[in-house]
Design a protein around this ligand. Structure first.
Ligand SMILES: Cc1cc2nc3c(=O)[nH]c(=O)nc-3n(C[C@H](O)[C@H](O)[C@H](O)COP(=O)(O)OP(=O)(O)OC[C@H]3O[C@@H](n4cnc5c(N)ncnc54)[C@H](O)[C@@H]3O)c2cc1C
Length: 522
């Protein structure tokens, strides 16, 4: 005997409604904006007592803990001081000297291993020290070190653009110089190549200018020196015209990449920005690759519109976070990147207005670089996403990625993004690229409990060993999951680096968690 119609309708409504409500709730949670920065590191003892403050120091907090974007670096500190002027830096350093405090500088705190703070130390929050001055005639800008690339773009658009920066704009100039950051301009290389001059305040309060030709040794240690030599006050940087580019993408098998790069990308001077994204989907995992290129278009009669924020944040965040839920969703994300995203790319000249097929999407240089990645930040508890970057000699890249794929599978890594970058020989003291290289950037999800941390530590150690078998190096702003031996194998110059640190900062005033972990300071 069948159910009465009304009961059947009720059961059908329940059968459809309950999962729909559940999925709706889950979807809402996966797409929701973060309420505040995540702070989920292991519990620590209470912070050291705040020192006796001097009235002129703008403490934004006393005692307590600070964290970075990994949310796994919670560290007790003496307090955080807001920096608004050069005089504030001098006052803070004087206070630190008088009270025997360690000092660290914090930018956007996107390094992931406590590089921006020291246990019990005074943290200088540089983000309010952010004036940007355009010197249009020289094609340079003078910026205070707490300015972000976002601030800079908003000041110099529509005529000018940044020459070298990371692939997103959330970072401060000080934090970027301190790691010698690099991004999608595959011809220019890392930020060091665009620095005209830096002014640095040393631990004793003196201000020293440095550059490729002035106080060169100090310069080579401040750039890529993780804030251990002095406070970067301001810097003069080369900029470039905000030219109009034609964007294009092409899907290849990763094994074809080195030949395509050598024969087509590297020799083509019209390509101004370039990077690749590798698939994270089952079936094509780290094989299928989208190459993104931005070509000089020759279009000069267009004034780029004002820079807008990234569109469809919630949808992007939903797709990104869904991809953490398993293989089906990884396929969905890769499908969306291959087939849906191109249709929504924001173009300076819309497709409808473009005169020819070749002008399909015209963007100004600032547009792909004006991405504050808000969709990467979420409200999900008990999990976080961690970056890795491995630099390998160019002729090793295919073999390296083949073996990295095996490691990722064996360690069941939840890989969310993988990209390939072009890196040039750099000339700083602690150098991730002593020769031309390609780099593999990985963004991997983990749980924030002890099991998640242990799993990531194992995977990181294995990826570093693999990189070293290929004669490569790894990027240092990320989690401190490597041994001192792995560090000195990758960076044989590290002992000299520590020796120069002791020379320039004999009292060890500048310190941070990374320095305490590997710098063997007593
Ligand atoms: C999502 C994400 C994407 C990333 N993408 C890229 C990329 O495309 N390319 C790349 O190269 N890197 C990339 N990184 C790494 C990033 O460039 C570094 O972590 C960088 O240091 C972040 O800048 P920040 O302003 O957050 O610096 P913070 O993390 O706050 O500080 C980093 C270091 O700089 C020092 N420092 C900060 N300000 C000063 C100052 N005024 N004077 C002296 N030292 C100072 C700090 O003490 C610390 O040692 C990425 C990181 C994340 C999380």
């Amino acid at each position: 005997m069948g159910f009465p119609t009304s009961r059947r309708a009720l059961l059908t409504a329940l059968a459809l409604g309950v999962p729909a409500i559940y999925l709706g709730r889950q979807g809402w949670q996966l797409a929701a904006d973060p309420l505040h920065p995540k702070d989920c590191g292991p519990a620590v003892e209470a912070g050291t007592a705040a020192p006796d403050g001097t009235p002129q120091l703008a403490w934004s907090s006393r005692g307590g803990t600070v964290n970075d974007v990994s949310c796994l670096s919670r560290t007790p500190v003496a307090g955080v001081v807001d920096i608004r002027s050069e005089a504030d830096v001098a006052t803070a350093l004087a206070h630190a000297r008088a009270n025997g405090l360690k000092v660290s500088m914090a930018g956007a705190r996107h390094s992931m291993g406590g590089h921006a703070f020291a246990r019990g130390g005074m943290v200088l929050d540089m983000t309010g020290f952010n004036a940007v001055t355009l010197n249009a005639a020289d094609l340079t800008i003078t910026v205070q070190s707490g300015a972000t690339w976002h601030d800079i773009q908003n000041t110099i658009h529509p005529e000018f653009a940044v020459k070298a920066m990371q692939s997103s704009d959330v970072f401060t100039v000080g934090g970027s110089i301190a790691v010698n950051a690099h991004g999608m301009d595959h011809r220019v290389g890392a930020i060091e190549r665009t620095i005209r001059r830096i002014r640095v305040m040393m631990a004793d309060g003196t201000v020293v200018p440095c550059s490729r030709t002035e106080n060169t040794d100090l310069y080579r240690h401040v750039v890529g020196g993780y804030g251990l030599f002095g406070v970067i006050l301001d810097v003069e940087l080369d900029i470039t015209q905000n030219a109009i580019y034609r964007s294009s993408r092409r899907i290849i098998g990763f094994e074809e990449f080195p030949e395509i790069f050598d024969k087509e990308i590297a020799p083509d001077a019209s390509i101004r920005l370039f990077y690749g994204h590798l698939s994270t989907a089952p079936g094509s995992f780290l094989r299928e690759t989208i190459l993104y290129s931005y070509h000089a278009s020759g279009v000069t009669d267009v004034t780029p519109p004002p820079l807008g924020d990234v569109s469809m944040i919630k949808l992007r965040r939903l797709i990104f976070n869904l991809s953490k839920q398993g293989r089906l969703f990884h396929r969905l994300k890769w499908y969306a990147e291959k087939t849906i995203e191109p249709k929504f790319e924001s173009c300076t000249i819309s497709r409808a207005d473009a005169q020819t097929e070749a002008e399909q999407c015209l963007v100004s240089r600032n547009e792909p670089m004006h991405d504050s990645v808000p969709y990467l930040f979420n409200r999900l508890d008990h999990e976080t996403d961690i970056l890795h970057e491995y630099f390998v000699p160019r002729d090793h890249i295919v073999a390296f990625v083949d073996q990295a794929r095996g490691l990722m599978e064996a360690h069941e890594a939840n890989l969310l993004n993988a990209s390939i970058r072009v890196v040039h020989k750099e000339n700083v003291a602690l150098n991730y690229a002593p020769a031309e290289a390609f780099s593999l950037v990985l963004y991997i999800n983990q749980t924030t409990d002890a099991a998640g941390i242990a799993k990531m530590r194992k995977l990181t150690g294995a990826l570093i060993d693999l990189t070293q078998e290929h004669g490569g190096r790894f990027f240092l702003p990320y989690q401190l999951h490597y041994s001192p031996e792995q560090l000195s194998r990758a960076y044989p110059e590290i002992e000299t680096f520590w020796a120069r640190k002791r020379y320039y900062d004999p009292d060890g005033r500048f310190s941070n968690v990374w320095h305490r972990t590997y710098g063997l300071e007593d």
